[in-house]
Design a protein around this ligand. Structure first.
Ligand code: GLC
Length: 714
């Protein structure tokens, strides 16, 4: 009689034939610096998953695994967070933060689909993506990996990306297994310090962070990565309440939990909650972790724990069954899925994929200022000066998790695939305009290398396009910042140019919102391009020259100053002051969530809010009152006026992207489900509370852009 740890009889039969060491090997994801070591770990340690191995390496190792006793296929994983960017020549999309500025879920799905296709073509079937982290403290280094600050956008875009990765069914030849990360509340830790203490109550975890993971599980997500941080003193990696009681027992999660890179080791070396690695491994497995990203010697530790009665074999069997189930559902036992490395050229370098990268980069750009219609560049502009290091820096433009960054330090994405901002402007200008480039200063410089040269060039030009921002070294893991200002050199560069009175268009290439009040004031136009990916230069040029109008909107708020944090729009009420503000700062963010300009204007009239059987119907007329067609992102926010607990002064509950021709007027209608009007009570329940609701509709979260109506619901 075989023990049934799986609902799949074939898995149970397989497990009945496996010994302890073979089962333990399935619980580890190792990073092998080369195939020789990996082969040994498969043969000696029965390791079942590897990270950061690609292409032929995966074929070689799958062949070794197919020669092993039980022929269990390997699960290969990687971080393809904005395209399969660790593979040379693959399609590099904008960062997640850039993608979220498109407010276009279907685009997210398409990005997921292309990423999955290019991963599978190189033998990799598990993507440590999407990131569900919520941007709450901009000092944190990984803001660029998030879909911004809003729960609805994060949930919507993560689900769309999941659909792209595995929506055709895990077994589909072009599907990969998605991995929702980092569980739970990893992005809001003390001081924005990466992986430090998360001061979350259970109510906040359940009410703010858990819903997006619940939604992904309901949509079929079968792997979740556990965050490094601790919650209220207990590291997530050994938090049995979080992983087992809450997720498995209460919510019925059937997928696997994988630790982050070396979560287990850090329990012992950094969080100091385990006196030995052995204790850390035991506690992690007992808490509910299935796969450990660790080192090969952990396998002996686990076998010893079981053989000495310190760890139940049931835990090993249950975890092993879940891992084998995943491999089975992914179709890896079907050899074709593991050895058939496709002919890469038609996939990795496909024109269709590059066109999607361009479309994503274009839609991710957000126009933040455009005084006196500085943009689009008009016929009178014949001489353009492009200034700034980030105008011509592929690394800054592509962002994190790209070939050439950790852990793939060797190599880089080929320049012929990348259109820098300077390339894009030069290509678009062609022979008809005179374009000159000057770096002016390094991004992290304390001063401008040659102020006279900058001033002379700015005076020569009819327009300056100044490209500012930050660098890869200022973003990512363990790159938290206490200050969000631009470097002194960049500020001096902007001032020098502004002093010449030449029209100044500033383009931002940056991994997170920066405190740029001076640049915003001195620039006649300001375009946020984030890390726009390989086609960023072409996309920016299309907008600057007016080939296509900007359509992006902020998914994250910009502060005046780092001291203004937290600056997210859905603040809780109660701060004293009329209006509540720091005495030395404005009370609004520098640029609000949901904000973005186009080359036309929109007018909202005739807001109607009516109660319907299962919620609210919201209707509003939106007209294009400008001289160009344009896309408006109509946003609906709710304020539940009097509640049993403090609730956000406004919360996004719906949005629609609406294309309007000149003079066109459309009635835009929303159905807001009653469950979207619920709040998370002090008793930890989602409940609707009768009372007054304020419905706000407009083109950003700023009160200046919102039309409001109150309605009583019972
Ligand atoms: C890193 C990151 C995580 C990533 C993992 C594997 O430490 O925290 O997001 O998936 O290691 O590269």
């Amino acid at each position: 009689m075989t023990d049934s740890y799986s609902t799949n009889p074939d898995i149970n039969t397989l497990m009945s034939q496996m010994n302890l060491a073979e089962k333990v090997g399935q619980l580890f994801v190792l990073s092998a610096h080369d195939v020789v070591i990996a082969k040994k770990w498969i043969e000696v340690k029965h390791i079942g998953s590897f990270i950061n191995l690609l292409g032929e390496q995966t074929q070689e190792l799958q062949a070794v695994a197919s020669q092993s006793v039980h022929k269990i296929p390997l699960l290969m994983c990687i971080d393809a967070v904005h395209g399969h960017a660790f593979w040379e020549g693959a399609t590099v999309f904008p960062s997640q933060l850039g993608l979220s500025s498109t407010w276009n879920a279907d685009l997210m799905r398409q990005v997921g689909e292309v990423t999955a296709k290019e991963m599978v073509a190189t033998g990799v079937h598990w993507n440590f993506s999407p990131v569900l982290d919520m941007a709450r403290d901009l000092r944190w280094g990984r803001i660029g990996e998030t879909f911004g600050e809003d729960p609805l956008l994060i949930q919507t875009f993560a689900a769309a990306m999941l659909e792209g990765y595995q929506g055709q069914g895990l077994h589909h030849p072009e599907s990969v297994l998605a991995c929702a990360k980092h569980f739970l509340g990893y992005s809001e830790t003390v001081g924005g310090r990466d992986s430090s203490e998360g001061e979350h109550t259970e109510r906040k975890l359940r009410g703010l962070y858990l819903p997006s993971f619940q939604h992904l599980i309901e949509q079929g997500c079968l792997s979740i990565m556990v965050g490094y941080h601790a919650i209220d003193g207990t590291p997530c990696t050994i938090n049995k309440w979080l992983l087992t009681d809450l997720m498995r027992d209460e919510l019925g999660y059937k997928g696997v939990f994988v630790t982050d890179w070396d979560n287990v080791e850090r329990l012992h070396t950094e969080q100091m909650v385990c006196a030995s690695i052995k204790e850390a491994v035991r506690l992690a497995l007992e808490a509910g972790v299935d796969l450990i990203m660790g080192t090969e010697d952990y396998t002996d530790i686990v076998c010893d724990l079981v053989q000495t009665g310190q760890l139940s074999s049931d835990i090993i069997n249950a975890a092993c069954a879940r891992v084998l189930d995943i491999k089975w559902q992914l179709g890896l036992f079907d050899e074709r899925r593991t050895t058939d490395i496709a002919d890469l050229a038609p996939i990795i370098r496909s024109e269709q994929h590059r066109e999607l990268a361009l479309e994503a980069a274009y839609q991710s750009c957000v126009l933040l200022k455009n005084e006196e219609r500085t943009l689009p560049i008009g016929d009178k502009i014949r001489r353009i000066a492009v200034i700034g290091a980030n105008a011509n820096d592929p690394e800054a433009q592509l962002g994190d998790w790209v070939l050439g960054t950790f852990p793939f330090h060797v190599g880089a994405q080929p320049d012929e695939n990348i259109t820098t901002i300077l390339d894009g402007i030069q290509q678009r200008a062609g022979q008809s305009l005179d374009v000159k480039y000057l770096k002016g200063c390094e991004v992290d410089a304390t001063n401008v290398s040659d102020p006279e040269e900058v001033t002379e060039l700015a005076k020569w030009a009819d327009m300056v396009i100044l490209v500012l921002g930050d660098t890869l070294a200022q973003n990512g893991e363990m790159c938290d910042r206490a200050d969000l200002d631009l470097s002194a050199g960049q500020l001096e560069l902007c001032q020098l140019i502004s002093d010449t009175q030449t029209p100044l268009v500033t383009v931002l290439i940056n991994g997170k919102p920066l405190s740029i009040p001076e640049v915003a004031q001195q620039s006649d136009a300001l375009l946020e391009a984030w890390n726009p990916g390989a086609k960023g230069g072409q996309a920016v040029a299309q907008i600057l020259f007016g080939d296509r109008p900007p359509v992006g909107r902020l998914s994250i708020s910009f502060p005046y100053h780092v001291g203004q944090l937290p600056v997210y729009y859905n603040q809780l009420p109660g701060w004293h002051g009329t209006p509540p503000k720091y005495i030395d700062l404005p009370n609004e963010p520098l640029f609000p969530f949901g904000y973005g300009l186009t080359y036309t204007t929109f007018e909202y009239t005739n807001l109607r809010v009516t109660e319907v059987s299962d919620g609210l119907k919201v209707q509003v007329d939106v007209a294009n009152s400008g001289e160009q067609s344009g896309t408006e992102v109509v946003q609906v926010y709710i304020n539940d006026v009097y509640t049993s607990v403090t609730t956000p002064v406004k919360q996004l509950v719906g949005y629609q992207r609406v294309l309007l021709a000149v003079g066109e007027c459309k009635q835009v209608e929303f159905h807001i489900d009653k469950c979207a009007l619920q709040l998370f009570t002090a008793q930890g329940q989602w409940e609707f509370e009768a009372g007054e609701f304020e419905v706000m509709v407009g083109g950003s979260s700023s009160d200046a852009d919102l039309h409001k109506q109150r309605i009583y619901l019972d």
